[in-house]
Design a protein around this ligand. Sequence first.
Ligand code: SAH
Length: 471
Amino acid sequence: MGYPIQLVGLEGKRVLLAGGGPVAAEKIVPLIHAGAHVHLVTPDVSAEMEEWLPKVWRFDRREVTDDDVPGAKVVVGATDDGDVNARLVAVAREHGILAQAADDKPNCDFYSPAVVRRGPVVMTISTDGGSPMLAGQLRRALEAAVPRSLTDVAELLVQLRERGMKGLANRGRMLRALFDPTITRLVDTGDTDAAADRLMELFDEDEEPFEPGTVAIVGAGPGSRHLLTLRALDRLQRADVILHDALVEEEVLRLALPATEIVDVGRRSRAMEPKAEPADAERIPLMIEHARAGKRVVRLHGGDPFVFGRGGEEVDALAEAGIVWEVVPGVSSVIASGASAGVPLTQRDVAKGFTVRTGHDTAGPTRGELPPDEETVVVLMGLGAARDVLAGLVAEGRSPDTPALAVSGASRPGERVVVGTLATLADRIQEAELPAPATLMIGEVARRALNEQDRNRAAAKRGPRATVVAV
Ligand code: SAH
């Protein structure tokens, strides 16, 4: 059993290389990379060797002689004449010099590996001296398979190690951080210093919780992966299983890591006619089953889970089953369609609000006015005038007992939700000194927030940021 030469201590040392053919060209690679002063002696130079000539320390275009040997640190005989190679080795050994004759196992004190380099990453291939050609083939295969950009990533990793980031407890987190868009962009621009800085920062930032056995109900946005939120991407890439709607595009699903189980729980067809959908009765137990099996479950909805997405039913079932859940909002088609059409949903002095309604419900197509108690009203910029706004909704015919709530700083660190009814919410907002920006939501759906039991569940079981519910 032989070993590839450990390319240590060749830096600046003369290495005699005899031969100019493809075999010699393979031999020169590790020597040049080791920083050796390659003394090339050959009457003929092949195309393969030609490209290395600028890196050669000294080139003598002639036959090699015994006199070339003394004083060399290492001697490599790679001419096409086996006898010449063997003789060089014999002379070298007399002088106590390590030597190697190409394709001549007994005359090898070491083997020269084929080398693929990507910055600090060095991949060496050895066939135990058996077949330099095979090693060369493998080298070319590796050259093609390992991307050049690995050089920059590898340099980044070396930097991180130098800064003390070793033995990472969480390699998954490391890999995710490496593929953080900021990092990849900085690496692409060759700014590994900035990339290392940002990576260290990412590690110092607390990761949002997504524990095994919990469910993230995630909005995938309207289609394009570019409209996914960073939080949605994070959950997608940490999920053990993704249960997705038919509306979720393939390009979004492809962002999941290879080991992730991906299950289509949507309608089997996107045909126009409303098809028999897999009932919540099938979909929800599947979700619960996966969570109970200790998996991180992502339930992925098109658009936003809480806009005609049945997210409400799912949350109820999870709370009932005692499973921790969170909702990650998505860009709803409500919003995305306006953007695609270049049409604002509101415009000063033109449209003071907009209505979103389903065209089709369990009772069939929706027509005409919606009964006030079947419609959720969302009011933006209504905190200051909350008292008037809420009274106005009662004047329009809604019951003063209609549930209503105000969300302040949604998704921000200090987010708060204040609940009440059309009759009481204004007082509650005042008592709570709820800060702007805030949004009001009025309608039967707000009842779940009014319900004491739900509120307790919400506080105990919510995901990344527990909402403070003041009453
Ligand atoms: N939760 C989704 C809506 C689900 S209902 C959301 O927030 O967007 C399904 C309906 O959404 C479709 O019938 C269609 O009216 C609308 N929709 C979904 N994706 C859309 C898209 N990319 N463009 C236009 N409408 C879309």
